[in-house]
Design a binder for this molecule. Sequence first.
Ligand SMILES: [Fe+2]
Length: 251
Amino acid sequence: MVTRSLVAAEPFLIKQQYENYTAEQHSVWSELVRRRLPQVRDYACREYLEGYDIIGLSEDRLPNLGEITGRLKPRTGWSTTAVSGFLPADAFFEMLQARMFPTTTWLRSRDSLGYIPEPDIFHDVFGHVPMHAHPVFAEFLEHYGSVCAHIRDAQMLERLGRLFWYTVEFGLMRQDKKIKIYGSGVISSHGECTNVIEGGCEVRDFRLEEVLETPVKVDEFQKVLFAIESFEQLYEAMHEAERQVKESARA
Ligand SMILES: [Fe+2]
């Protein structure tokens, strides 16, 4: 289903051809979920686990994006929307602003279960989508898209990209006096998650200024990550980031 209000993202919208997934692909999905669930049940934050149950993922079959949207949309207004692949920044922000999460439909093959260089449907759905059921996170993510959609300064966009990286992709939080995970890159990767659990990564308290100043590393396990205290803190941080964006645009 194509939503007419999108402009930049419109050419990237596709239909998930659900009936074309093979038995082998459903079985790869099943293996990925079963491998990740034990660690995720122990280390994911409560909000992720609640979202996981809400969106109704199956351990046996690949997710149907339309069905997930049917469960998500009445709660937070988010949809899980199929796209053809990597989106340019303007299309990506436009979709977040419209509470539509751009989701790939391809699945890694059995010989690359542990690592893939680009996100697939397992990373996108298992990793990201459960958090979209949480009202405060949902609000944060839309606000992130709407602020970034108006930034023209490349340096400012890079700073905001770091905020995305250290929260949506690799975010940690303190909950019940433990370090818990909510970022999709840690949720969906056994290696990244084990690296965090086993202390391979320094965990610092989330401070917006420091996050915006910390370059991202894409080709190795994360060495420094940031733990929030609550999703309200993240929501507030995004408002502070917005103030900074407006100030720098006036300067
Ligand atoms: Fe991601």
